[in-house]
Design a binder for this molecule. Structure first.
Ligand SMILES: *Cc1c(COP(=O)(O)O)cnc(C)c1O
Length: 386
């Protein structure tokens, strides 16, 4: 028998739908490609896909083909693009052929990938739908500027041979969370150059996209000016209601709430040390509650002494080390109102006084992206308002 979950991440699909609608408005007239990589940033790829598509997203973006295959296996028939490929060379053609057969759009970043994709298309006996990734200054994925001309010529040949259909040209920003930073305009102009070269080579991409969440939501001048040429956006983190720029509120609603059931309540005396290393020593007689969540579940060990939970409408501090499976909170010296089996909220939207993913990120010295993608282990995903 599977028991009711002791630790649960509740994903509110009405919040996801709200965020997608907000991103559609902010992107218009460009279409939204909702980014669902890394299991939809920890929120559960297949159910999230259904909701973002119902809310009006035009396409889904993921990093790897395995992520795209999981969505297809889960019954998602909408357009999907996958842009990060690294295979044993002997397997590349077979994997791309499966992707072509499943109608998955392939982001292509190297000429080796292009050759394998073209061969895969021959094998699958239908053209591969390709999005050309160009590096405009992030210096990560994508064809380097010096290789653009050759890449577009090769793609035009492959298209003429019926092996590929170039649907999109895209790039990714290095400093989108600093809207007025000069490289954003430089990268937008670089992408315009790439599109012009692609057209000169005889390609006619339908879609051109550059903007991730911070670019969509801040729409700096360079990207707004680019809108007629850039007709899709690729927001990820904002879909989940998390601000892509720390401290800025864009009207998003965080979709994930993390809760744990109190496993034990016990009194301790002033001077007693708590958990490994006795890092916390009770200053007064007090009561502790044990929560069955630890760093193996995505509660960062670095949050020891730096987080609070809400139980029954009140906030209580975490005390002592964050262990692999459990952590303690201090209920204070008074008569405890908390009982075994009560629900503690670790983070959520903040509307009931609980901490947010952003609070955790700040305390742990990281970004909200890392907090939600680390939720794992024994945490059960529960989908509500689907
Ligand atoms: C992850 C990713 C995105 C989404 O970025 P957010 O900052 O989460 O909006 C968009 N494009 C590419 C290429 C990505 O890797």
């Amino acid at each position: 028998m599977v028991s009711a979950p002791a630790v649960q991440a509740t994903v509110d699909h009405s919040a996801l739908a709200h965020n997608v609608r907000l991103l559609i408005q902010a992107s218009a007239p460009a279409k939204v490609i909702a980014v669902l990589k890394a299991n939809a940033y920890g929120h559960g790829a297949v159910p999230v896909a259904r909701t973002v598509l119902a809310a009006g997203a035009a396409q889904i973006g993921v990093a790897t083909l395995d992520e795209a295959f999981e969505l297809r296996a889960g019954g998602i028939e909408a357009p999907i693009i996958a842009w990060l490929h690294a295979f044993d060379p002997s397997e590349a053609v077979a994997v791309f052929a499966e992707a072509v057969a499943l109608g998955i759009e392939l982001g292509v970043s190297t000429s080796t990938q292009l050759r394998a994709v073209a061969e895969a298309a021959m094998r699958a006996d239908e053209p591969a739908v390709v999005a050309v990734k160009v590096d405009t200054g992030l210096n990560r994925g994508g064809f380097a500027r010096e290789d653009w001309r050759k890449a577009f010529a090769d793609l035009a040949n492959a298209e003429a041979a019926g092996a590929v259909r170039v649907r999109a040209v895209f790039s990714h920003l290095a400093n989108a969370d600093r809207p007025e930073y000069r490289t954003n305009a430089e990268q937008a102009s670089g992408l315009r150059d790439a599109v012009a070269l692609a057209r000169k080579a005889g390609l006619s991409p339908q879609l051109v996209h550059l903007a991730n969440s911070p670019a969509v939501l801040t729409r700096p001048r360079a990207l707004v000016d680019g809108v007629p040429a850039f007709n899709a956006t690729r927001p990820g983190v904002a879909v989940y209601g998390l601000s892509p720029i720390a401290g800025r509120d864009f009207g998003l609603i965080p979709a994930m709430t993390l809760t744990a059931r109190v496993g034990l309540v016990k009194r301790i005396q002033a001077g007693d040390g708590v958990s490994y290393g006795h890092d916390f020593v009770a200053p007064t007689d007090t009561t502790l509650a044990l929560l069955p969540i630890g760093y193996a579940d995505g509660l960062p060990r670095s949050l020891a002494g730096k987080f609070e939970v809400v139980i029954g409408g009140r906030r209580y501090p975490g005390v002592g080390r964050v262990c692999m499976d459990q952590v303690l909170v201090d209920l204070g010296p008074g008569r405890p109102r908390v009982r075994e089996g009560d629900i503690a909220t670790l983070f959520g939207s903040g509307k009931d006084g609980e901490q947010t993913v952003d609070d955790w990120a700040k305390a742990a010295g990281t970004i909200n992206y890392e907090i939600v993608t680390q939720i794992r282990g024994r945490v059960r995903l529960q989908h509500i308002n689907v």
